[in-house]
Design a protein around this ligand. Structure first.
Ligand SMILES: *[C@@H]1O[C@H](CO)[C@@H](O)[C@H](O)[C@H]1NC(C)=O
Ligand SMILES: *[C@@H]1O[C@H](CO)[C@@H](O)[C@H](O)[C@H]1NC(C)=O
Length: 358
C-alpha cells in the first residue's frame, strides 16, 4: 500500500513539474497565441486537484506543520514588502541625482542650452568607424545642412522616440504627430516619503495651438503589500490604478473626438434627417483619460485590456524611456530590447525583476 501511495505521489509530482516547465516555456508564446493558450489550459485543467491530493495523503501531524510553514511564508511576504518600500526610497533618492542631467538633456533638446564642443565630442565604436563611403556621404550631408535653415535644439526628439518604440507607436495616430512635435520633456516624479506609493509621468509641452496645458500628467498608484486574501501571490509592487488629467483643448482641436453624421428616422412621421454626433476617436491623448475603476472594482473586458496595456506603457516609460531617451531616439536601445526577446535568459533584467508583475 505504501508503494502505491508513493507511486501516486511521484506521479503527481512529475505531472506538476511537467506542468510548471510547460507553463514557463509557453508563457511567452501563449501571450501571443490563443491556440496554445487553450491547449495549455486544457492540460492544466486536467491537473487541478492533483497537488492537493498529495497534501491529503499526508498524516494530520505533518499537515499541521505544513500550515506553520505557510504562516512563516506570509511573514516573509510582509518582510519582502518592506524591502520594496526601501527600494522605492532608494529610487527617490537617486531620482534627485539623475534630475540635473535630465534637465540638461531637456535644455539641449529644446534649444535652451547649446552644448560646448567638448560636451559634443563622442568617440564612435570601432565597428562604426566611418568608411570612405560614409565619409563622402557625411560631407554631402553637411553641405545640405548648411543649405537648410538652422534647426533649433533637437527637433522632434520625443516624437521620434515615440515612433521608435512599438509600444508607443501603436497608440500614435497620424493626427497626434503634429501635437507631439511640441513635447519637450517627460519627467518622472515619485510620491513623497510616507505617502502611498505612486509615480507621476509629466509630459511637458511648449505653447501650441492644440491645448492650453503646459504639462499633462498621468499618475500610477502602486501597492507594495501582500493581499490579505492571497498573500502568496505577492511578488513586489504592483500598479493598482491610474489617473490622467483634463486636457484643455482649443476649440475644434480635440483629436480624441470626431464628429460623425448619422441618418435618423423619425418614428412617427417616417422622415429622415441627418444628425451629427461626436464619438471617441483613436488618439495617443486618450492615454490621459484611462477607464475609471468603479467602486465595485468590476471592469468590463475592454476596460480591463485597456488598463493592462496602460500599466505596461506607464511602467515602460518610467523604467526605460525616461532614463535612456537618447538611446530610443537613436534606436540603440531598441536593438537591446530586441536582444532580450531572442535570448530568454536575459529577459529578466534587474529592473524587471524588481517589478515582475507589472
Ligand atoms: C479621427 O481619427 C482619424 C483617423 O485616425 C483622423 O484622420 C481624424 O483626423 C481624427 N479626427 C479628428 C477630429 O481629429
Ligand atoms: C475632448 O474629447 C473628450 C472625449 O474623447 C471629452 O471627454 C472632452 O470633454 C473633450 N474636451 C474638450 C475641451 O472638448
Amino acid at each position: 500500500i505504501a508503494d502505491i501511495h508513493e507511486e501516486k505521489a511521484m506521479h503527481t509530482f512529475v505531472m506538476v513539474v511537467f506542468a510548471l516547465v510547460l507553463a514557463r516555456q509557453l508563457t511567452m508564446q501563449m501571450m501571443q497565441n490563443p491556440q496554445i493558450l487553450a491547449a495549455l489550459q486544457e492540460r492544466l485543467d486536467g491537473l487541478v486537484g492533483s497537488p492537493s491530493g498529495y497534501m491529503e495523503s499526508l498524516p494530520k501531524v505533518v499537515k499541521r506543520r505544513v500550515n506553520a510553514l505557510k504562516n512563516l511564508q506570509v511573514k516573509c511576504a510582509h518582510i519582502e514588502a518592506k524591502f520594496y518600500e526601501e527600494v522605492h526610497e532608494l529610487e527617490r533618492k537617486y531620482a534627485a541625482l539623475y534630475q540635473p542631467l535630465f534637465d540638461k538633456r531637456s535644455d539641449i533638446v529644446r534649444a535652451a542650452y547649446e552644448p560646448t564642443d567638448e560636451e559634443c565630442e563622442w568617440k564612435p565604436d570601432e565597428e562604426e568607424e566611418l568608411t570612405e563611403m560614409k565619409e563622402k556621404a557625411k560631407v554631402e550631408e553637411e553641405k545640405k545642412d548648411e543649405e537648410k535653415e538652422d534647426p533649433k535644439g533637437i527637433p522632434e526628439f520625443w516624437l521620434t522616440v515615440f515612433k521608435n518604440v512599438d509600444l508607443l507607436s501603436e497608440m500614435l495616430q497620424e493626427h497626434d504627430e503634429p501635437i507631439l512635435k511640441h513635447l519637450q520633456d517627460i519627467k518622472v516624479k515619485f510620491s513623497d516619503a510616507g505617502q502611498p506609493m505612486s509615480f507621476t509621468l509629466e509630459f511637458h509641452f511648449e505653447p501650441n495651438d492644440f491645448f492650453t496645458n503646459t504639462v499633462l500628467t498621468k499618475t500610477y498608484k502602486m501597492r507594495s503589500e501582500p493581499d490579505e486574501s492571497d498573500p502568496f501571490s505577492f511578488d513586489g509592487p504592483e500598479i493598482m490604478g491610474c489617473t490622467g488629467c483634463t486636457i484643455d483643448w482649443v476649440k475644434g482641436k480635440n483629436v480624441t473626438l470626431k464628429t460623425i453624421k448619422k441618418k435618423q428616422k423619425h418614428k412617427g412621421r417616417g422622415t429622415v434627417r441627418t444628425v451629427t454626433k461626436t464619438v471617441p476617436n483613436d488618439s495617443f491623448f486618450n492615454f490621459f483619460s484611462p477607464p475609471e475603476v468603479p467602486e465595485s472594482g468590476e471592469l468590463d473586458e475592454d476596460s480591463e485590456a485597456v488598463l493592462a496595456a496602460d500599466f505596461e506603457i506607464g511602467h515602460f516609460i518610467r523604467e526605460r524611456i525616461v532614463p535612456r531617451a537618447v538611446l530610443y531616439f537613436t534606436g540603440e536601445a531598441i536593438e537591446d530590447d530586441d536582444d532580450d526577446v531572442s535570448e530568454p535568459s536575459s529577459v529578466m533584467k534587474s529592473d524587471d525583476a524588481l517589478f515582475p508583475n507589472i
